[in-house]
Design a protein around this ligand. Structure first.
Ligand SMILES: [Zn+2]
Length: 306
C-alpha cells in the first residue's frame, strides 16, 4: 500500500500555490535527527538516554506522549471562479460539516499550548485531542470559522502574519482581539511571509523574533509558538526560532504532531483540502493515528531534487 503521507506530500506540492498560503514542506535538513527519536503512537523509546535533566524530560515526553493532529486551514470561503489556488479554500458549509463530524467522532479541540502541556506531562489529555489551525490571518477565519468553533466551545490556533493585519481580506486588529477573547491562541507567522531559508541574519531576526514582539506588544499576549511560512526551514531557521524564545513550531509536513527528542520545533500538520469530505478527513486522522511519523526525505519534494 502506498504511503499516504508521501502521496499527500506530493499532492500538496503539485497542487498548492505559492501565494500567501503555507504551501509545502521544503528542505528538511534536520529531519534525520528529529525523526530518529521514534516519537509516535508506537511509543518507541529514543535511541539513547540524554544525561541532562531537560533533555531527559524531552526524551520521556517523546517516548510516551500521544500524537495530536493539528489541522491546517487557510480561507474559509468559496474560492473565486477559476481561482488557481482554490484548494486553499474550504467553504463555510463544509467546514461546519467537518467540525461536526469531528465532534461526533469524539474529538475535542485544544490550543497548541494545551497540547504542549499534555506532551510535557503538565496536563491530562482530553479524549481525542486535536488542534485546529488557521494560517496567515484571513478575514473569513473570524467571520466564518469563529462562529462554528464558538458553537462547539472550541478554540482555534491562528498563525498570524503581522503584515496581513488590516489589509484587504485580512483580519482587522479588532477581529484578532475577538478571536483572542473567544479563547483562540495566536502564533507567530512572520511579518511578510518570506521563505525564511533565503534571508540575511538580520532579516531572519526581524521576521521571527521581531514579529513575535510586535504581536505580544500589540495584543498584550504571550506568543509561544511559531509557524514556518510555506513550511520552509533549515538549520539556521531552526536556530533562530529557538533563540527567539518559542516553545515549538509547526510545519506543513503531513502527519499527526508529536514531540521529538530534540524538542517541538518541527510539528507535523494535517492539511485539510478544499473538497475533503468529513468522512475522508476522519479517515485521514485515523490513518495518521496508526502510522508513526516516518523520516521525510532530505529534500522536499523529491522530484525537485533530481
Ligand atoms: Zn502561511
Amino acid at each position: 500500500m502506498p504511503d499516504r503521507r508521501w502521496i499527500l506530500a506530493v499532492l500538496a506540492t503539485a497542487l498548492l500555490p505559492v501565494l500567501a498560503g503555507c504551501r509545502r514542506p521544503a528542505h528538511h535538513p534536520a529531519a534525520p535527527k528529529r525523526r530518529s527519536a521514534g516519537a509516535s503512537a508506537s511509543g518507541a523509546a529514543p535511541p539513547s538516554a540524554p544525561k541532562d535533566t531537560a533533555a531527559a524530560r524531552r526524551a520521556k515526553a517523546a517516548a510516551v506522549a500521544p500524537p495530536i493532529p493539528i489541522l491546517m486551514y487557510h480561507v474559509i470561503a468559496a474560492p473565486p471562479p477559476h481561482y488557481p489556488w482554490w484548494r486553499l479554500f474550504v467553504t463555510p458549509a463544509l467546514f461546519a460539516d467537518q467540525m461536526a463530524a469531528l465532534q461526533r467522532a469524539g474529538y475535542h479541540a485544544i490550543t497548541l499550548r494545551q497540547a504542549y502541556a499534555v506532551w510535557t506531562g503538565r496536563a491530562p489529555a482530553p479524549a481525542r485531542p486535536i488542534v485546529i489551525s488557521f494560517d496567515d490571518g484571513y478575514q473569513s477565519q473570524y467571520t466564518a470559522a469563529l462562529p462554528v468553533l464558538r458553537r462547539l466551545g472550541w478554540p482555534g490556533l491562528l498563525n498570524l502574519q503581522v503584515g496581513r493585519i488590516g489589509v484587504s481580506g485580512g483580519l482587522s486588529r479588532a477581529q484578532v482581539r475577538g478571536l483572542l477573547a473567544a479563547g483562540w491562541e495566536v502564533a507567530d507567522h512572520t511579518v511578510t511571509h518570506p521563505d525564511l531559508t533565503t534571508l540575511t541574519p538580520a532579516a531572519l531576526v526581524r521576521e521571527v523574533g521581531g514579529a513575535r514582539r510586535t504581536l505580544q506588544r500589540d495584543f498584550g499576549i504571550q506568543v509561544r509558538f511559531f509557524c514556518y511560512p510555506g513550511g520552509r526551514y533549515n538549520a539556521t531557521v531552526l536556530a533562530a526560532v529557538r533563540h527567539a524564545g518559542f516553545l515549538g513550531a509547526t510545519t506543513t509536513w503531513p502527519g499527526a504532531a508529536a514531540p521529538r527528542i530534540d524538542g517541538w520545533w518541527t510539528l507535523d500538520r494535517v492539511r485539510v483540502d478544499a473538497n475533503e469530505s468529513p468522512a475522508r478527513l476522519l479517515s485521514a486522522l485515523n490513518w495518521y493515528a496508526h502510522h508513526p511519523p516516518a523520516p521525510p526525505p532530505a529534500a522536499f519534494p523529491p522530484a525537485v531534487r533530481a
